[in-house]
Design a protein around this ligand. Structure first.
Ligand SMILES: [Fe+2]
Length: 145
């Protein structure tokens, strides 16, 4: 996959992950509402910032950023369902995090192959952020994690 296509896919998966986290922030219910609402809020805010950065990286590469929801979601494989129970939300977010990591990792490889150190550095920082989200989501599910 070429560099621009890989950044577009990283943006698509990050956007889908962002919306999933934001919708769970809105729709979480149950006795642990407050901590889940806060965790999902922190997650969607981080992802929303990453969406902005990824779209602006496309502009830096000389192409237009997506201008419709269909376009920004093109290629995204993160799926949406009716809001599940809170613990199942965390499971879905962990799966979405893994999908986003795979897309960003591929974009990082393409950036390295293109000699674009600045973009690779940004994508590696995102991989680091996603690793931390993976830890926090897993620790939410499993007290032995
Ligand atoms: Fe909110």
């Amino acid at each position: 996959m070429d560099l621009i296509a890989s950044v577009r896919l990283a943006l698509a998966q990050t956007w889908a992950f962002y919306f999933l986290a934001h919708s769970f922030h809105w729709n979480v219910r149950g006795p642990l509402f407050a901590p889940f609402h806060k965790l999902f809020g922190d997650l969607y805010e981080d992802l929303h910032g990453a969406v902005d950065d990824l779209a602006e990286r496309l502009r830096t590469l000389g192409v237009l950023a997506p201008s419709s929801l269909d376009e920004i979601l093109a290629g995204a494989t993160i799926t949406f369902t009716a809001p599940p129970a809170a613990a199942d939300m965390v499971v879905q977010l962990l799966a979405a995090n893994a999908i986003a990591i795979a897309a960003i990792d591929a974009a990082n490889e393409a950036a390295i192959a293109s000699g674009n150190d600045g973009l690779a550095n940004f994508l590696q920082e995102r991989l680091d952020a996603h690793a931390k989200w993976g830890w926090m989501l897993q620790a939410t599910l499993d007290p032995d994690a």
